[in-house]
Design a protein around this ligand. Structure first.
Ligand SMILES: C[S@@+](CC[C@H](N)C(=O)[O-])C[C@H]1O[C@@H](n2cnc3c(N)ncnc32)[C@H](O)[C@@H]1O
Length: 267
C-alpha cells in the first residue's frame, strides 16, 4: 500500500492524529505572524495557507476566525474530507490538489504553515529547497512561514514502536507510526516508516490499513543550510514548542519540537 492509500482513509487519519489543541496551535501561528510578519498593508481579511493540510484542522480554525483560508494537499481524498468538514462548520475552505514542492496559487497569502512533521514527506534536498521557494513565491513580501518538525532529540529507534489508541464517538483507532526495524538509510537519511491504523466502529467489522512510506527528519543545521540555499527568506527564528511566548529551541527540558519561523524577503 502506498502513502496515498494510507491518507485515503481520511476519517481514520483524522481520529488517529486529531487529539491536539488546534485552537491553541492557531493562537501560536497568529503570535508568529504578529511577532515576525512585516507587511505594510496586511490583507483584509487576513489570509492563511495550510500546506500538506490533511483534514485542514488549522485552516478550518482560521476560517472560523474569519480568515480567508486555503488547504493544499497531494491527496484528493484528504481534501474532499477537509472540504466536507469545513462545510459542516460553515467555513469557506479553498482546496488545492498539488505537490507542496512546486505549486502556484492565484494570489499570495500573508501566513503559511507546514505542521506536524509533514515536511518529512520531502526526502531530498532538492524537494525541500523547491518547497521553501514555492511557499515564498506564494507569500506576500514580509509574510511568514511556520514549519513544525520533531525536535532532533526524538530521532532514534529507542522510541519505537510508536503506538497509541485514539477515540472519536463510536470509533476507536489503534495507531502504529514507526517500527523499530524500519529500514533507515544513513546516506540519504530516508526512513521507510511502517504505519498501521486499525479501525473499530460499533456494528462494523474492524479493518486495518497498513503502509510503508519514506520520511526524512531534519537536523537543525542542515535545515538552516537548506533555508539559506533557498535564498527566499530574510530572517528565521527557532522555537522549541508552541506556547506563547514559545520556549527557545535548545537542549532543555521544555523544547520538544523544532519550529522554524521564516519571513519572506521584501517586507
Ligand atoms: C501528517 S499528514 C497531515 C498533517 C496535517 N497538517 C495535520 O496537522 O494534521 C501529512 C499530509 O501530507 C500530505 N502530503 C504528502 N506528501 C505531500 C506533497 N508532496 N505535497 C502535498 N501534500 C503532501 C499527505 O497527503 C497528508 O495529508
Amino acid at each position: 500500500m502506498s502513502s496515498s492509500d494510507f491518507y485515503r482513509h481520511a476519517r481514520a487519519y483524522d481520529i488517529a492524529f486529531g487529539d491536539r489543541d488546534f485552537a491553541a496551535e492557531c493562537n501560536f501561528l497568529e503570535w508568529c505572524w504578529r511577532a515576525h510578519g512585516r507587511l505594510t498593508q496586511p490583507p483584509s481579511p487576513p489570509s492563511f495557507l495550510e500546506l500538506a493540510c490533511g483534514p485542514a484542522r488549522h485552516a478550518r480554525e482560521f476560517g472560523r476566525r474569519g480568515w480567508s483560508v486555503i488547504g493544499l494537499d497531494l491527496s484528493p481524498d484528504m481534501l474532499a474530507y477537509a472540504a466536507e468538514s469545513a462545510e459542516q462548520d460553515n467555513v469557506t475552505l479553498r482546496t488545492v490538489v498539488a505537490d507542496m514542492s512546486d505549486f502556484d496559487l492565484p494570489a499570495p497569502v500573508m501566513l503559511a504553515a507546514n505542521l506536524m512533521e509533514s515536511i518529512t514527506h520531502l526526502v531530498t534536498n532538492e524537494q525541500t529547497v523547491s518547497h521553501l521557494r514555492a511557499v515564498a513565491r506564494n507569500l506576500l513580501p514580509g509574510g511568514v512561514f511556520v514549519i513544525e518538525m520533531a525536535h532532533p532529540a526524538w530521532l532514534g529507534r529507542d522510541t519505537l514502536p510508536n503506538m497509541w489508541t485514539a477515540h472519536h464517538g463510536d470509533t476507536e483507532v489503534d495507531v502504529l507510526f514507526g517500527e523499530a526495524d524500519d529500514p533507515y538509510d544513513w546516506f540519504t537519511q530516508v526512513w521507510q516508516v511502517t504505519s498501521r491504523l486499525t479501525v473499530r466502529q460499533a456494528g462494523r467489522p474492524a479493518y486495518t490499513i497498513e503502509s510503508r512510506h519514506p520520511h526524512r527528519w531534519y537536523l537543525a543545521q542542515e535545515f538552516r543550510a537548506l533555508v539559506d540555499l533557498s535564498g527566499a527568506y530574510e530572517a528565521a527564528w527557532w522555537y522549541g514548542d508552541m506556547s506563547i511566548p514559545p520556549a527557545p529551541m535548545d537542549n532543555g527540558e521544555v523544547a520538544d519540537q523544532m519550529i522554524v519561523v521564516l519571513r519572506r524577503r521584501g517586507g
